[in-house]
Design a protein around this ligand. Sequence first.
Ligand code: OGA
Ligand code: MN
Length: 292
Amino acid sequence: MDIRFRGLHPLFAAEVEGVDLRAAESCDILERVRAGMDQYAVLVFRGQPLTDADQLAFAQRLDGTLHSKTGISALQKSRLGNEALTDISNVTDTGDIMAREDRRRAYSLANRLWHADATFQDPPGRYSMLHARVVPPAGADTEFADERAAYDELPEVVKTQIDGLQAHHSIAYSRQTLGFEFSEDEKEQLKGAIHPLVRTMPRTGRKTLYLASHAFRIIGWPVPDARLLLRDLMEHATQRKFVYRHAWQVGDLVIWDNRCTMHRATPFEDARFKRELRRVTTLDIDRVAVAG
Ligand code: OGA
Ligand code: MN
């Protein structure tokens, strides 16, 4: 396979040409995709006719262990029959468009807040791979922000101030900012996780912010100071110059690195049109060689 990367943004994100992901099995090709991820952090593969099984198998070949249950099971649909496959759609288990009041709809609407996947868990998500099966005629793009570039452009005093800080992430917090309420039982399942606010990417040595709308406190800081710092950092990190916006076509597979990017969904007419994508996310742990 003759794999080529074509940059989509001045800072990050590339389209990858010349690869059929179903047949991407050799060590060499997988390593070239990983190297592309190190450089670009978001990779777009067009025209990939993947089945669920193809998508799961490719994710394991590329990055090892899969994340399962990235949220509350009662709020995630089960029609796909595999806990490592997340149903990113506005349809019910029977394939009908969800009612406006459906609790699962409210839960997934929070994907419109800037976030990285599963930062409220430990280990969190590393690569997410989202595959488009049905797309609406307009809207519903996904935006990505490069947090390495955002880190690089922080003033030195801020870099010094945030060095070594730890943030607590909780999905209960980010959902509550949209008015979503959890039962006591659900809250019990959602204690969240603590992660460094600045991370160093292991293979490139580049530093990156590690932010998400799930972050709600900084260990050892008064809550208001922590929330204000987190807001300032989110505002900085999501400036348009750091953002690539992806317009979906059926058959697209987009991979992003949750350690050094944030992403968010954008609106569409979700009471009128169907949108169905499937996501597989890997665990941010040492890579276990599965193939090649
Ligand atoms: C996700 C996600 C955004 C979108 O799949 O993790 O946040 O546009 N998706 O569907
Ligand atoms: Mn997400």
